[in-house]
Design a protein around this ligand. Sequence first.
Ligand SMILES: CCCSc1c(F)c(F)c(S(=O)(=O)NC)c(F)c1F
Ligand SMILES: [Zn+2]
Length: 259
Amino acid sequence: TMSWGYKPNNGPQKWVENFPIADGVRQSPIDIVPGQASYDAGLKPLDLKYDPSTCLDILNNGHSVQVTFADDTDSSRLTDGPISGLYRLKQFHFHWGASDDKGSEHTVAGTKYPAELHLVHWNTKYASFSEAASKPDGLAVVGVFLKIGGENPNLQKLLKAFDTIKSKGKQTSFANFDPSTLLPGCLDYWTYDGSLTTPPLYESVTWIVCKEPITASSAQMAKFRTLLFSADGAAPDCMVNNYRPPQPLKGRTVRASFK
Ligand SMILES: CCCSc1c(F)c(F)c(S(=O)(=O)NC)c(F)c1F
Ligand SMILES: [Zn+2]
């Protein structure tokens, strides 16, 4: 049997067959409707501190491009915002489209962005990422939209590595990258209780979606589309449209950290 993917025969509409939680009560992503979000004055500003020396490698995992971090200390972590306690950075990755008119997972009043960055953090009340990944308060993912604009110099280092990890399973060392260079200037955010957006779709994510996008040029977006879902030697299958569409809100409240 083939594993899950983003094609008609193994994509988001089929995931429920092997992962019934796909029809759960706190699935992600969602369409964020700013006018329906509730401003919560009790929400704290995000406190993100990342240590570039914890950056380990960059990997094509067959679903996305992922940069992995050493998470054996608290040196790259998220605190405050909507969460309590301290969450360690595990990895970041992206979701993007086949063209600049789609690609993000979350949408804003129906607007799709060309891509979305996810910074995945796990709650240190648990012993490891794996233990945290399935707990209701186990993960906190910071989502950042990418919009088309000028070339983003902070993406260049990442994009330069893509040629060496073109196909599924390729990995290469990747050192001294500071993920805070990929954060927008303003850290206003929406937050809601959700899930992983890929199987196993665990309902374990406190979502923190930044209101302000970062930019990427159209040429930089084209670079993402040179990656492959397929392994070396298999028929080349362009890694594009690796995004799940918005899921039902099912009564959830989306809070805003800003007026
Ligand atoms: C147990 C999964 C391994 S780590 C991971 C991931 F690889 C991933 F792709 C997403 S996502 O759902 O796609 N984006 C939020 C995650 F949330 C993750 F935590
Ligand atoms: Zn993701």
